[in-house]
Design a protein around this ligand. Sequence first.
Ligand code: GLN
Ligand code: ZN
Length: 769
Amino acid sequence: MTTITAPSIGATVLGYPRIGRDRELKRALEAYWAGRADHHHLLDVGAQVRQESWKTLREAGLTSIPIATFSHYDQVLDTSVLLGVVPDRFPAPTSDDAERRLQHYFAMARGTDTAQPLEMTKWFDTNYHYLVPEIGPDTTFTLDPTAPLADLTAAGSNGTRPVIVGPWTYLACAKTSAGAPEGFEPLDRLEDLLTTYVELLTTLHGAGAEWVQLDEPALVRDLSPAQAERVAQAYARVSDATQRPAVLVATYFGHPREALAGLAASNIDGIALDLTRGGVTADEVAALPGIAEKALVLGAVDGRNVWRTDLRGALTRLEQWRGVGREIAVSTSCSLLHVPYDVSTETALDPALRSILAFADQKLAEVVALQRALDGGVAASEPAFAEADAALANRSTIPGFVHPDSAGRLAAVSPQDRSRGDREDRAVAQRQRLQLPPLPTTTIGSFPQTSRVRQLRADHRAGRITTRAYTEQLREEVRAVVDLQEDIGLDVLVHGEPERNDMVQYFAEQLQGYAASQHGWVQSYGSRCVRPPILFGDVHRPAPMTVAWTTFAQSLTQRPMKGMLTGPVTMLAWSFVRDDQPRSTTADQVALALRDEVADLEAAGIAIIQVDEPALRETLPLREAEQQTYLNWAVGSFRLATSGVREDTQIHTHLCYSEFGEIIDSIDALGADVTSIEAARSGMELLADVGERGFRGALGPGVYDIHSPRVPATAEIEQLLRAALASLPAEQLWVNPDCGLKTRSYEEVLASLRNLTTAARQLRTTAKG
Ligand code: GLN
Ligand code: ZN
């Protein structure tokens, strides 16, 4: 048994944004990729971003600073590099210079002419995407500690701690590499991988590290008793290493229920717990053998949302933990990667609204105020506490916080408002009205967003062109997209969404109860940043949002034009959402606004309305026990938005992922007449489930992978459709791409859609003959 005298941690955070206050890393990355700047420039910018963040964290008064949280693309990819987990299709660089290393790194992130990039997927239930490690039985683990060692040298080891993705989470987030035998799982390699982690700890210790943080959010998912035992053994082994820094295991996004006892019993030195989600209590933790020797890092400040912390309430909760561990360190619940830098730059926001917001920098101050109050009594932080009290007390005075109709309208919602007539009757009525051929063809909504279109939107926003000129130019764009679709021979058309920068922001800007930040950028993946709108009050639709565009597009063609809306769950998932009422209530408010829009589209003669819910799966709770409740209200909100229509109005929905099986019953329960999903890459495998489970609606499994520049051949599309017909009758099958076309070029889209309509036509004739 080793005893490490770990220095105290004190006020800290689990991580900090890294894209740069002015998104300087984004610009440097894009300049480097485009060949406009060399690797020296990129490395310099990265070094500056790091130095500045350490300075900010120190000056804010934190006593332990997370380092090695910077990344040129993604921290999970960085962990793959650290552990030497590189698929064979990315041969190691022939020399070890910085430029080659970067090229190799970006090849994995972005692909090359000959190698597909690593797959990208969402990090737990956040909107951040990581690059999925590929692990097989023969994967070798080889330590390459260059990055954390460089940060230790640059930041110093005093009062800092390198942050590394922990072994359980790393493998739990990995996928099985191609060619591995049936039944193999990446977690089968845990014991092998631990050898490399122990080596890493020894190396960090040799470089003077006092602490290391191992991030283990995967421990807040359901673990079987056998898995919990493996976690316990893994950390017993890690903490029994003789030469190592103190180890902090950071859990977040929930309660690490099954893993806690094992962590407490091991010789690790600290555990971070998320006090904002999952409901972990001081009493249950205090009862765990071994906990008295652990530093407890308590995430009392929400790292994922933008609301100011009720400091007095948080302090009361923290007080309950006094004496439970060796030390109580105050922290954010998770890395601040998920929030923007600084709300004080948001000068266009209403001051009352701004005063109840806290971005990363404000959260640093909250953590420090709480730690001081906990250690020195509340007088030590009284000004900060008083300011928080005053701001939060004024919440209801924020303009637009309350809409007078909201409460009454919600209270009046009845079960009938969430239900439509019989599916079969609807199908008959719609068939009569729409007169579509079998295997109807359509697209998901957006057409390529050319630089011309983006420029027009930017010019309009900046006031460089009048609304009238803008509308005229965009109408031209719509006309071109409609002509093109008629020419290709698609059956159900779209207007192409040129007026939308983003499918959530577009609606948020038109709804009351939503505010937009000016600089609130958050990294989504790589250099890609999003600026999530802030849903702070009662949502209300003052005027129609899409009717003018859709009816204009419909006026140009005899074929049905789809109206295109974003569903309530997605409107919440990609926003910062008020935390003073249940999400289900907020979702229903959004649903009512959408219901009005749906009604207006129907009244204007639109026969098909698509309500996209690409985020339905993504915000599924991490714990199985909570999933059904979520699915129930999510489905209920969608139905509230879409059930106000006549039987002969066809409702479509679109979902953006292929892990369909898990929630298939809920997707059916949405009650959409037609559902389009991603399927091209998985070769229709998912349809076997659909057939078996008796999915009742019509389905459009994507036959064109829009994540790739490849043009699918007619024969390939036909083959996919034939595979689909093996599980689904022809009357239930639609033909469409995997997702919207906005990121693709016209050249690819034209060729692909022509092949798509040709394949559908050929199948129709063979089916008949
Ligand atoms: N209608 C949207 C589009 O085509 C859907 C986007 C999405 O599913 N993420 O762009
Ligand atoms: Zn999609």
